[in-house]
Write a protein that binds this ligand. Structure first.
Ligand code: 3HC
Length: 697
């Protein structure tokens, strides 16, 4: 008898219970257990109907993702679903939590579905580079029609129980917290009314209604933009369309073929890596799960600019009161007006109500006085990158903040230990690096200083979850993980243009790789003055940073999108970069000044120089322990810089390209181009020589 799936009769109902924590995923043991339990139910003469229900926090959340890429062990999921559908005794699925992927497909194989009001259902396979592979693309359309099925299957988004009821995916929704009881009640009704085993595969109304519809082409066109570079969303459309073109059995075969194509694709491997990496980053090596966290009930934020305002919104969105400080009333008023405008825009799109706008605004209290920070539990400083100013602020915070308050800096590059040295409580000081726009980007790069206390580290990781971000804990160095690698890429991109490439060519190579924008479009978004100020700061600190054409742009006041001109031009109200001949001339002039003879640069050289310089830096970051694991680097890049998740993050991507190939190219660049950035990281060299990958560390 399976331990993870049990059969037990209660009156006239045979109850099949799955109990496989944490999410009842359909592992081999669960699949076999489901078949065994079904056999028992069918053989049990007293059972007039069967009920499929799950223990724990959720109904079945899908196939067991950990089994992907390994040889499939029989029985496969389609066989299990089919066996349930073939049962002569009616089977009812009782859904609580989330019925996802293979979980929803199991439920669709049952003859009736009842869901708790709080439940959600979805087919999120596309988010893992897959499509539903156990009949989801063939059965869902028979209940919900083409439009809804395409929406659910190509986005992978979950829908609420009431939505599912309206779409015909579930038969009843119960305002209860007990799925088993709700299911039993429904099953008794089925028995009393003598309802038959209603098989979804036999339903034809919705198929007939949408046959020949142009909705499939509409989805394909829409996906060209929304799913640029992705493989599986298009296969999802093909599979759903098959439900309308082929008899059920043949549709199932088509689904399987397309599913296997997706399963073999490198995008599936990248997305599954990203799924687990996102969960692993919260488990910080050396920081036990039971490390206490400090109670954060209120937050103070210094700086009401773009960053400070965005950070404030994150806290207000989850009901945590914020005090927002500026030195001048005018700046405070401007900052609050921008926050209000952002909220109003969200309300206009129908994502929040006007009442929520007011509630959130009321949670953000403006102030001009540091004394108002006396009782806050956490302060986040978000002023511009200047060590002197930051140290002065932290000196003040040390005086006004209560003992035990966490003092955080949103610095994107500067030394947390030096900032902490301005206080008498370095154990309470930490970096909390948000990414712009701070209310949107999901990454929170938390930076531990040498003396940061463990409970402070645990608290900032916990806060990331509370404000619905992905927190990654990293070590202290110039630029931490993300910007340290970005700066190498940025410097290389500028040099490529010095040598003969155009900014557009560099950007296109990066967007072709899957980045949402290229290096120079990104500088325009962030503000060219940001990079300029950082370079100046480093020059003042004695570093040898050669002049560049980007400095000239900044000096001319071409600061990017905010001045409608940077490397590109921008039309009023538009974010679309337009190449500018004036910039070409400026670059040309710069080359002449520097005596550079421009040469033809291939896309391959751009790719290698922009990406391998990052990988080499990533290897140094790992070696120095700034990032604990390659997957930490991957998540920083996926959530902070839009690295395409389907490539798994830069270090995962490097493993796919081949560590040896990258090492040899880095070495060649070191010999030909020179510079510390091309000095092969000893870790890269070691892995290449041992034939190992970053993932193996
Ligand atoms: N297989 C294996 N492990 C899974 C899993 C799955 N399908 N889903 C979640 N887990 C694991 C997580 O890795 C995590 O493990 P950890 O504690 O060791 O880190 C644990 O379950 C809890 O997951 P979360 O931290 O994500 O918990 P939440 O409560 O925040 O979310 C969830 C729960 C909504 C179920 C979320 O985990 C989720 O979205 N899971 C993926 C669901 C999915 O994609 N299903 C489709 C799979 S593909 C498929 O079914 C193919 C079929 O069509 C043939």
């Amino acid at each position: 008898m399976s331990e993870v799936v049990t059969y037990q009769r209660e009156g006239a109902i045979g109850v099949i219970t799955v109990n496989y924590p944490p999410v009842n995923a359909l592992s081999h043991a669960v699949r076999s257990g489901l078949l065994d339990a079904l056999k028992q139910g069918q053989a049990d003469a007293e059972a007039k109907a069967l009920l499929l229900v799950c223990e724990g926090r959720t109904f079945i959340a899908g196939a067991d993702i950990r089994e992907f890429g390994k040889p499939m062990q029989e029985p496969g999921l389609p066989t299990v679903v089919e066996a349930y559908e073939n049962s002569d005794k009616p089977i009812i699925a009782a859904i609580h939590g989330t019925a996802l992927g293979g979980g929803l497909e199991m439920a669709l194989g049952c003859h009736y579905r009842v869901a708790l009001e709080s439940a959600k259902v979805g087919l999120p396979e596309v988010k893992l580079g897959l499509l539903p592979g156990a009949g989801g693309t063939q059965r869902l359309p028979r209940l919900a029609g083409a439009q809804k099925s395409l929406e659910m299957i190509t986005t992978g988004d979950f829908i609420s129980a009431s939505d599912a009821l309206q779409a015909g995916i579930v038969d009843a929704v119960e305002a209860s917290s007990d799925a088993k009881a709700a299911g039993e009640q429904f099953a008794l009704k089925v028995i009393d009314e003598g309802k038959p085993a209603r098989r979804v595969r036999e339903l034809t109304d919705r198929i007939e209604a949408d046959k020949g519809s142009d909705v499939f082409e509409q989805f394909r066109t829409g996906l060209q933009k929304k799913a640029r570079g992705l493989f599986s969303p298009f296969k999802c459309v093909d599979a759903v369309e098959a439900a309308f073109q082929l008899p059920f059995e043949e549709g199932m075969k088509r689904e399987r073929e397309l599913f296997m194509e997706c399963m073999e694709s490198p995008q599936r491997a990248g997305l599954v890596h990203a799924f687990f990496a996102e969960r692993e980053v919260s488990k910080v090596p050396g920081l036990p799960k039971d490390t206490p966290v400090r109670d954060i009930k209120s937050v103070g934020i210094i700086g009401a600019g773009t960053m400070g305002g965005g950070i404030a919104m994150n806290f207000a969105n989850v009901g945590i009161p914020v005090r927002l400080l500026e030195v001048k009333q005018e700046a405070l008023d401007k900052g609050l007006a921008i926050i209000r405008r952002n909220y109003e825009n969200t309300a206009k799109k129908g994502r929040i109500t006007q009442a929520q706008v007011e509630e959130r605004m009321a949670l953000i209290q403006p102030t001009l006085a540091y004394e108002d920070f006396g009782d806050v539990d956490l302060v986040i400083e978000a002023v511009f990158e200047n060590m002197g100013i930051k140290k002065e602020i932290f000196g003040t915070l040390d005086k006004v903040c209560k003992q035990g308050a966490i003092l955080a800096s949103n610095t994107s590059t500067l030394d947390i230990d030096e900032i902490a040295s301005a206080t008498n409580r370095p154990e309470d000081v930490v970096g909390m690096h948000f990414f712009s726009p701070a209310n949107v980007m999901k990454l929170l790069e938390n930076v531990r200083g040498t003396k940061t206390a463990d409970d402070v580290k645990a608290t900032v990781m916990d806060i990331a979850k509370r404000i619905k971000k992905v927190g990654v804990l990293v070590g202290n160095c110039y630029g931490f993980v993300g910007n340290r690698m970005l700066h190498q890429r940025g410097a290389e991109a500028i040099k490529l243009v010095n040598e003969g490439a155009t900014p557009q060519q560099v950007d296109k190579v990066l967007t072709d790789l899957g980045f949402p924008m290229g290096q120079f479009a990104m500088s325009d978004l962030a503000g060219i003055d940001v990079g300029y100020r950082i370079r100046e700061e480093r020059r003042n600190a004695g570093e040898n940073i050669p002049p560049s054409w980007m400095d000239k742009l900044a000096e001319q006041g071409r600061l990017g999108q905010k001045t409608q001109a940077g490397t590109y031009l921008y039309e009023e109200g538009s974010r679309k970069p337009i190449p500018d001949p004036k910039v070409d001339a400026l670059i040309e002039e710069f080359r002449k000044e520097q005596g550079i003879e421009p040469r033809e640069i291939t896309d391959q050289e751009i790719l290698e120089r922009c990406m391998y310089v990052m990988i080499n830096e990533g290897a140094k970051i790992l070696e120095e322990g700034i990032a604990d694991r390659a997957l930490d680097v991957d998540i920083v890049w996926i959530y902070g810089y839009g690295f395409p998740a389907y490539r798994g993050g830069p270090m995962f991507w490097a493993d796919q390209v081949g560590v040896k190939e990258i090492y040899e190219t880095v070495k060649r660049f070191h010999d030909t181009l020179g510079g510390d950035q091309w000095k092969p990281a000893p870790l890269l060299e070691r892995l290449a020589k041992e034939g190992k990958t970053f993932g193996s560390l």
